[in-house]
Design a protein around this ligand. Structure first.
Ligand SMILES: *[C@@H]1O[C@H](CO)[C@@H](O)[C@H](O)[C@H]1NC(C)=O
Ligand SMILES: *[C@@H]1O[C@H](CO)[C@@H](O)[C@H](O)[C@H]1NC(C)=O
Ligand SMILES: *[C@@H]1O[C@H](CO)[C@@H](O)[C@H](O)[C@H]1NC(C)=O
Ligand SMILES: *[C@@H]1O[C@H](CO)[C@@H](O)[C@H](O)[C@H]1NC(C)=O
Ligand SMILES: *[C@@H]1O[C@H](CO)[C@@H](O)[C@H](O)[C@H]1NC(C)=O
Length: 500
């Protein structure tokens, strides 16, 4: 796909955030954490190239949100992207597919923040998915997300969900510390490593290229400014200390192999679930995935390369031109300016395939329940009638109803059976559903489900992040139970704002 040519211009940005010591107390009393998040455009040069980014509180990436298991998370999201507030509703009624083609409409930013990995039990209206779970937050407007994490722990992230603002910088790490972390005594410090395919071009322009019939590569815009000596990200190690690296893949399109020269890693967490310790050298990590690994600083005091290699097979057209992205692990006492030698791990891994589920065992073994329902879905990518390549699930490409979010429809007893909603209703309590994705396409397509953790039963040949292309389905579970719940009035009012 020509879309891959765009990848040529990608640079991965590394971010190191050393977390403060988590509060660890078995009789921990949950508290409410209030985070003020202002989404605004700021000109920054995180990798030396100066461009405008959509930031959270002016930072790239956004602030790390740290809470403890059981806490309440309150995110006061203030949209200051500086876009027109006018008659939103009317503009939105033709924005979604026009957004990629019309310059004027390209200026419009729509906003909703999704806390990725949060189950949102009892608060589906705070899931932050525009037109499914909520109406968008207009400019100059504050909307508060307010939910608890009663039985969740681990490494997660939060991001703007739509129009790929997160690709332009609107994302950050969300860490839920566990007062009862079974691995607590096995590491001394935590380091957050965020991997991101950072672009020199505005994500909406990238997306437009991807979604137009003749897509082409994107170059740095004329007049672009560069800053010297941006340098490589540096991660500080102290000899013999053990580090828990929380690795978060916030990238839009690219899969990587992550490794640190001469250092083994032991996987202990996958997306909020503890695993048995599994020793690896190179970690495959795909869009939106998170892993925690323990790394021991057991090598001679020196500088070592931390590397992220593109899984080139998943990007055939650009394969020869993709760089290896590097950062430095600097041991205390090692020279500051010496260039580390290359000692890449030589383990050969199959590209475009996740870490083998068989080697990743949950710490607490769970018995997989018998399924009570099977759902088979064919994935296909082909041109729609206008010649734009779109994703189809069983022949249907997802088109949101931008005037009426699905959840709001449910509360208002309005039908949700439009073919383009790709909505599947599960109304039996305790239903166990096996979902089969049959990929007729050459590319890989990572899937995740909001609100659930799931068992991967098996994979065969085959496996992007293709939400903007319509590769999306909605699972509406227990609608009768949803109807017994009451969304906050601020949420209901968001949908009425456009008419003001
Ligand atoms: C968050 O929700 C709780 C429970 O509904 C409520 O008591 C609290 O006032 C809310 N806080 C904010 C800041 O909205
Ligand atoms: C992050 O996810 C993207 C999307 O699949 C993937 O291409 C990329 O390789 C992943 N990054 C890492 C470090 O795996
Ligand atoms: C999708 O299409 C396949 C046939 O191509 C069919 O077997 C399957 O039942 C369909 N899935 C749904 C959910 O309708
Ligand atoms: C094909 O997709 C494009 C981009 O999403 C959209 O503008 C166009 O209306 C679609 N064509 C049809 C016939 O659905
Ligand atoms: C949706 O359901 C309504 C009534 O329940 C029905 O009249 C309509 O034809 C259905 N539409 C589709 C696309 O199935």
């Amino acid at each position: 796909m020509t879309f891959y040519e765009i990848l040529f211009f990608y640079i991965i940005f590394w971010t190191a955030v050393v977390s403060p010591t988590p509060i660890l107390n078995r009789r921990y009393t949950p508290k409410t954490n209030i985070f003020d998040l202002t989404i605004e455009k700021v000109t920054l040069s995180p990798d030396g190239f100066t461009r405008q980014l959509s930031t959270i509180n002016g930072q790239y990436p956004g602030p790390t949100l740290e809470v403890n298991k059981g806490d309440r998370i309150v995110m006061r999201v203030n949209n200051q992207l500086g876009e027109p507030t006018g008659n939103l509703q009317r503009i939105f009624s033709n924005v979604l597919f026009v957004v990629r083609v019309s310059k004027r409409i390209l200026q419009i930013e729509i906003l909703a923040i999704h806390a990725h990995g949060m189950l949102q039990r009892g608060t589906p209206w705070f899931d932050g998915v525009p037109w499914m779970a909520q109406c968008v937050i207009p400019n100059n407007f504050e909307f508060t997300y307010n939910f608890t994490v009663p039985d969740q722990v681990g490494t997660h992230w939060y991001h703007a969900h739509e129009t790929m603002q997160y690709v332009d910088g609107a994302f950050g790490a969300l860490i839920i510390h566990d007062p009862d972390d079974p691995y607590k005594s096995e590491y001394d410090e935590e380091i957050i490593v965020m991997l991101n395919d950072y672009h020199h071009t505005n994500a909406q322009i990238l997306l437009k290229q991807f979604l137009t019939p003749e897509s082409q590569g994107v170059e740095a815009p004329p007049g672009s400014k560069c800053v010297d000596n941006a340098g490589l990200a540096k991660f500080e190690f102290v000899k013999d200390k053990k580090y828990r690296l929380r690795i978060i893949n916030t990238s839009a399109f690219s899969a990587f192999f992550f490794s640190i020269d001469k250092h083994e890693m032991e996987v202990i967490e996958v997306e909020g679930l503890y695993t048995k310790r599994t020793k690896i050298h190179r970690l495959p990590i795909n869009v939106a995935q998170r892993y925690s690994v323990i790394v021991t600083a057991n090598q001679p005091t020196d500088n070592y390369i931390m590397r992220s290699e593109f899984q080139k097979k998943c990007m055939p057209d650009a394969a020869s031109s993709l760089p290896i992205i590097k950062a430095i692990v600097h041991y205390e006492g090692a020279p500051d300016d010496s260039e580390p030698n290359d000692y890449p791990w030589s383990d050969s891994l199959t590209e475009c395939v996740d870490l083998d589920q068989k080697t990743l065992q949950p710490l607490e073994v769970e018995k997989i329940p018998e399924s009570t329902k099977k759902l088979k879905l064919d994935i296909a990518f082909h041109k729609n009638d206008t010649g734009v390549v779109k994703a189809f699930l069983n022949g249907s490409t997802y088109i949101p109803d931008i005037n009426f979010p699905t959840l709001d429809k449910l509360f208002k007893h309005s039908p949700i059976n439009e073919t383009s909603a790709n909505a599947y209703v599960f109304d039996k309590d305790g239903e166990v559903v096996d979902i089969y994705f049959i990929n007729a396409d050459d590319d890989e397509h990572p899937f995740h489900i909001h609100g659930y953790q799931f068992w991967v039963l098996g994979t065969g040949n085959g496996a992007k992040w293709h939400l903007e292309s319509g590769l999306l389905m909605q699972l509406i579970t227990l609608p009768d139970e949803i109807l017994k719940m009451k969304p906050p009035k601020e949420w209901t009012e968001l949908c009425e704002l456009g008419e003001r």
